[in-house]
Ligand binder design. Structure first.
Ligand code: CAO
Length: 348
């Protein structure tokens, strides 16, 4: 199963796959292949363009008179590298040996299948949201070293409290959901483990955030979106529940603007209203972790003397191994689960 990725987050800065990351003005550094010292045929103006673009001229095939390299040869070389259909010597050298070379551009092409040969099919264009979120999910999946830790939280008392709160506030029109409690527990866990409230900056520095904007994955008829609730540290359960319901409605109506979906610190993807036990959510770059939640169920739990029925919530935390390690992730889950098991701990 896959999970959240904000459609085209304007702030996204996670590293992109090699061929996409390379701007035209900075192709990988030139590694000379011909030790002969013989210079390729090209005019000074072409050499200047190649220098500016970082194009290794001795790897460019000239199409001009006597193999002279033209401007369009340089452009074609850049296009081929950007499209991943060619590699510079430096890229080849960087790729590990073996089939496919291990680099993204060394992957096999996408299978081309004549589906009609096997039976009737229909073709349907993917929605705009699916295209954008798909591109984000793909980048995040291939560039972030994901690990997912699973754990369980005993929410027996918290669920009873939630039901009681909703009964008491029936007339207010605000329905408190388990997700609102999870957002508050996330804020407490981010305060205890600040490396989870961080982003890798392009230059290799870690940006630690002193604000607490939490995203939640929302399923809409057009695809997945991740609206963000701002300053969750300063808001109570009722306000968070209300904002979440407004944002979820806006999402379903296709009315979310970029400001509703940017600036998130951490995301929660809840499939609790649907089902399942555990899954592996995809991190919503440039965030470094995401909490996946599935449907709670009553299970027999040993209390030291007997099995007692407890309401158990399955948790799946995916984290970026460049920033976080396994011990920290296990501690995050244990702490998060302890808050849901006894919400009074949030005040400690
Ligand atoms: N365990 C058991 N029941 C749960 C639950 C859980 N973890 N979480 C919610 N529920 C119950 C709710 O209590 C509610 O029950 P009632 O109608 O009886 O009160 C029901 O499930 C529906 O809840 P909801 O989905 O309306 O509310 P929510 O706050 O849990 O979630 C939202 C809101 C917007 C997150 C949700 O509607 C949604 O879109 N979820 C899908 C997110 C998603 O697609 N994630 C995966 C992304 S990967 O592709």
């Amino acid at each position: 199963a896959q999970a959240a990725a904000a459609p085209a987050p304007a702030t996204a800065s996670a590293p992109a796959p090699a061929e996409r990351q390379v701007p035209t003005a900075a192709l990988p550094p030139h590694e000379p292949t011909k030790p002969s010292g013989k210079l390729p045929h090209a005019s000074p103006s072409i050499r200047k363009i190649a220098r500016e673009l970082g194009v290794p001229l001795d790897e460019v095939k000239g199409s001009g008179a006597k193999g002279r390299i033209t401007e369009s040869d340089v452009q074609s070389f850049v296009k081929a590298v950007m499209a991943g259909t060619a590699q510079t010597v430096a890229q080849k050298a960087a790729a590990p040996a073996g089939a496919g070379g291990g680099s993204l551009s060394g992957l096999l092409p996408w299978p081309k299948v004549d589906f009609e040969k096997f039976g009737p099919v229909e073709r349907k264009e993917m929605s705009r949201i699916k295209k954008i979120s798909g591109a984000n999910l793909h980048r995040n999946w291939v560039t972030i070293p994901h690990v997912t830790n699973h754990d369980d939280a005993d929410i027996t008392e918290l669920e009873a409290f939630r039901v009681q709160l909703n009964k008491e506030n029936e007339k207010s029109g605000i329905k408190v959901t388990m997700l609102a409690f999870m957002i508050k527990a996330t804020v407490a866990a981010l305060k205890k483990f600040p490396e989870f409230n961080a982003s890798l900056d392009g230059d290799g520095t870690l940006v630690l955030k002193n604000y607490f904007h939490i995203g939640f994955a929302a399923d809409t008829p057009n695809g997945l979106v991740v609206p963000v609730i701002r300053d969750c540290d300063k808001k109570g359960i009722f306000q968070i529940s209300q904002e979440m319901s407004e944002l979820a409605k806006k999402a379903r109506d296709g009315k979310l603007g970029p400001a509703d979906m940017t600036g998130g610190c951490f995301s929660i993807s809840s499939l609790g209203g649907i089902g399942g036990t555990y899954f592996t959510p995809i991190i919503n770059a440039p965030e470094v972790a995401i909490m996946g939640v599935c449907k709670s169920s009553t299970q027999p739990v040993w209390d030291g003397k007997q099995f007692v029925p407890r309401l158990i919530l399955p948790l799946s935390l995916s984290w970026d191994h460049r920033v976080i390690d396994g011990a920290a992730a296990a501690r995050f889950n244990v702490y998060f689960a302890s808050l849901l098991a006894d919400f009074r701990r949030i005040a400690l």
